[in-house]
Every structure is written in structure tokens, then in C-alpha cells.
Unconditional design. Structure first.
Length: 130
């Protein structure tokens, strides 16, 4: 039943669900549902394979069990989705603006880029980061 539910989701919905599951600590569930067998990522702090990133995400989830991820915008073009989010490691954290870019193949996430910028305490920009 779960497979048929996730296969009917748009790529944007899958990416948002993936990020929400990871943020809530359900990293392995997120990987089982959405990550393809040839997955690779471009985070410069980890090896480029699925397992290395998954283990880092699990470690982060264990260290930050009250993480908050608020999706601000998701944009899809063909097989690529960009998700702009406000991520806080805990409720009192100012957090950061994060953009995840996902590429799909055969209805699964096969490539991921992530770019982040911390939210400063003081900023001259009256528009804010979101």
C-alpha cells in the first residue's frame, strides 16, 4: 500500500516528504521510500554515496531531536526540484536558509545538492531571508 501512495506523489511532494522525515529523525524510512539505487550527493563534507550521507543525517537527528524544518518554497522543472527551507536544529536556534536540489530518475531521488546560509542575528536587509 505504501508503495502505491508514494508513487502517486509529485516529485515536489516526494522531496518535501523526504526532508520532513529526515528532520523528524526517520532517516532510514526516508531513504527506503525515496532514494534510488544509484543515489549520489554533492555535499563537500561527506563521501558522495548514499550510506555516508544517511549516517550523517542519522547522527544529526540524534544530536538534534527537536529539529524544525519549514519549507518555504518548492519548484519543479522536469526531473529536478529545488526546495527552499528554514531549518532550525532546535526551537531557540535562529537556524539557516537551506536549498536542496533533487534530481529524479525512475521516480526515485538519484542526486542531491544542498546549499545553506546561517541566519544572522542582525541584518541590514529589511526583507529577511524568507
Amino acid at each position: 500500500m505504501e508503495q502505491s501512495i508514494t508513487s502517486n506523489l509529485s516529485f515536489k511532494e516526494k522531496d518535501v516528504s523526504f526532508l520532513q522525515l529526515v528532520a523528524s529523525g526517520k532517516v532510514r524510512e526516508a531513504y527506503q521510500r525515496y532514494i534510488g539505487p544509484d543515489f549520489r550527493h554533492h555535499n563537500p563534507y561527506f563521501r558522495g554515496d548514499a550510506d555516508s550521507l544517511m549516517l550523517a543525517m542519522e547522527e544529526n537527528a540524534a544530536l538534534n531531536p527537536n529539529k524544525i524544518l519549514e519549507v518555504k518554497l518548492a519548484i519543479q522543472e522536469k526531473d529536478t526540484v529545488a526546495v527552499h527551507s528554514h531549518v532550525k536544529q532546535h526551537p531557540e536556534d535562529l537556524g539557516g536558509a537551506v536549498v536542496h536540489i533533487f534530481r529524479f530518475q525512475d521516480n526515485k531521488i538519484v542526486e542531491l545538492w544542498d546549499i545553506g546560509q546561517p541566519i544572522p542575528e542582525d541584518s541590514p536587509n529589511e526583507n529577511g531571508m524568507f
